[in-house]
Design a protein around this ligand. Structure first.
Ligand SMILES: [Fe+2]
Ligand SMILES: [Fe+2]
Length: 554
């Protein structure tokens, strides 16, 4: 109550006193008005600050469920509403419907959410609000303003509740289109009050016209935030689809590596989770953020993408010789065999002509037999040398011997039994690739790197190319393509190297090598760690936490 003091001079006339009182009254009214305006300005300022805070929080929240529940909780706090629900418009078979996206109720213990849709029509309060695009205030949902739908009854019947006051506002996106609605129910005197059927009448109050403007404003901010979020989600889904398609493209070129990228991703992510959780020792301070996990996932999925730049015959080369070459060599030896038979048949004929029979012929047959056996032996050895196993010393020298042996074609021209190219491939000591082919195979890492640097990663994922680039590097510098050492190799790449080797060893047979059992694979990894090639601490965790086993067996 505004008060004002007036001092009346003792000799004042009645008229003057009256005038004085009138002015004093006016002052009182002005003072009251000023107080009200000040309070209003203060309230507006607080509201503005609150809306600002909410706006920032809305745009910062990345998780759609948390975003929706933040929207409802905030609106309930601001209006003291007991319950709230969020409805989003979507088309089902071309017909617009509103589906319940999220709901809250302070007084009901059970979860009131259920997958639920209502038509956009005048039969329900949310449907009506969206149809007319205007906020609806009900003092009693059971006794709506004339011509408007009743609210809350089926919900109340299901949950033993009484919906009384109700505020339903449309949500508009930045095109000003109605994209959904928010419904608040039962505004209370005190926010903390839990409602029961018997205290609804005393505790529930009406929503205020002031609330409408504010809730409408938040609802529209929320619509934009949800729209942004679903846009982000669809970009994410689009990108994931693209990554998945890329992985399929890589793995289709070499079917024996199917699933490799996904398994490397699984193993590496599990290892990284363990490292993040470890609170002591070398990795105590290593904590990967969720963004870094995402970064690591993509790096793993795409680490071998560069294989698209490796020619197929190298990628899937199963034997040391190029396909068809062994058959050429075998045909050549058949020809040599025929030549040898002709040579000995001629010799026998000559012997018979000159009357030498019996022991001479037998001796010629023995020599023929021995020479054919020798040829046969060589052909078998060549076929064995063509296999991708480590070559023993004696086989290597036999190949060298053959490359220096000659035979004569029908024209009488001399040729080596093994051509220099054939000798070179067959002499590969390990695997199936000669040094040049190996370099091309190894170039997949550089291809991966160049490919990945072309993608405009967001700042939080900028390390993806570098992580993938390091997946064949070894701590002692013996890896490729850059021969990095120790800390030059990112920790994430070191984790991936362990997973990559483990999976390459244990995955199904590949044309160029057989799968080994997990225990053998771990032995090989330990050996490499002992040689200073792999991070021993990471490997210890990989083994101790049984990262390599399927979840059920850990
Ligand atoms: Fe690789
Ligand atoms: Fe790989």
């Amino acid at each position: 109550m505004a008060s004002i003091a007036i001092e009346v001079p003792v000799d004042a006339s009645v008229g003057a006193v009256r005038e004085l009182v009138r002015i004093a009254m006016e002052n009182v009214a002005l003072k009251r008005q000023m107080t009200q305006l000040e309070a209003e300005a203060h309230r507006r300022h607080r509201q503005f600050r609150e809306l600002n805070r909410i706006g920032i929080a809305l745009s910062a929240e990345k998780d759609i469920d948390r975003l929706q529940s933040f929207i409802l909780t905030t609106m309930r706090q601001l209006t003291h509403a007991d319950g709230a629900s969020l409805w989003l418009k979507m088309e089902v078979d071309g017909i617009p419907k509103l589906f319940l996206a999220s709901s809250q109720n302070h007084s009901l213990d059970k979860n009131t959410y259920q997958a639920f849709t209502v038509p956009v029509d005048e039969k329900s309060v949310v449907g009506y609000t969206v149809s007319v695009g205007k906020s609806q205030i009900y003092d009693d949902a059971y006794n709506p303003p004339p011509g408007k739908p009743v609210g809350g009854k089926s919900f109340d019947a299901q949950f033993g509740y009484r919906t009384k006051s109700m505020l339903t506002v449309p949500m508009r996106d930045y095109h000003n289109d109605v994209v959904g609605a928010v419904q608040l129910i039962n505004a209370k005197r005190r926010f903390e009050t839990r409602l029961a059927i018997d205290n609804v009448e005393t505790e529930v109050v009406s929503f205020q016209p002031d609330d409408v403007e504010m809730i409408e404003s938040i609802a529209s901010q929320a619509a934009v935030a949800l729209d942004n979020k679903s846009l982000l989600d669809s970009i994410q889904a689009l990108f994931d689809g693209f990554v998945q398609a890329s992985v399929t493209a890589i793995e289709q070129r070499d079917p024996s590596t199917a699933g490799h990228s996904g398994r490397v991703e699984g193993l590496t992510t599990r290892l990284a989770r363990e490292i993040t959780e470890i609170a002591t020792g070398k990795f105590a301070n290593v904590t990967l953020t969720e963004d870094q996990f995402k970064e690591l996932r993509y790096a793993c999925l795409l680490h071998d993408f560069g294989k698209v730049g490796v020619r197929e015959h190298i990628l899937i080369k199963a034997k040391k010789l190029v396909p068809g070459r062994l058959e050429v060599i075998q045909a050549r030896f058949e020809f040599i065999e025929r030549s040898v038979q002709v040579k000995y048949a001629t010799e026998k004929l000559e012997a018979m002509k000159s009357g030498r029979n019996g022991s001479t012929i037998e001796e010629i047959d023995r020599r023929l037999e021995a020479e054919l056996e020798q040829l046969n032996e060589w052909v078998k050895s060549i076929a064995a040398a063509n296999e991708p196993t480590v070559m023993p010393e004696d086989k290597a020298s036999m190949l060298e011997f053959l490359s220096r042996q000659t035979y004569f074609d029908i024209g009488g021209n001399a040729h080596p039994m093994l051509e220099p190219q054939e000798f070179r491939f067959l002499s590969i000591r390990k695997g199936t690739l000669d040094p040049q082919e190996r370099l091309e195979m190894e170039s997949h890492v550089t291809h991966s790197f160049h490919f990945l640097t072309k993608i405009p990663w967001t700042p939080v994922m900028k390390s993806i190319p570098e992580i993938a680039y390091g997946h064949h590097e070894k701590l002692d510098g013996s890896g490729y393509p850059r021969g990095l050492t120790g800390d030059q190799i990112p920790l994430q790449a070191r984790m991936m190297t362990i997973s990559d080797i483990y999976d390459a060893l244990t995955a199904q047979d590949r044309p160029y090598k057989r799968a080994v059992p997990p225990s053998t694979a771990l032995d090989i990894l330990h050996e490499e760690a002992a040689q200073g090639k792999l991070d021993r601490d990471l490997l210890d965790i990989f083994v101790a936490k049984k990262i390599y086993l399927p979840a059920a067996a850990r």
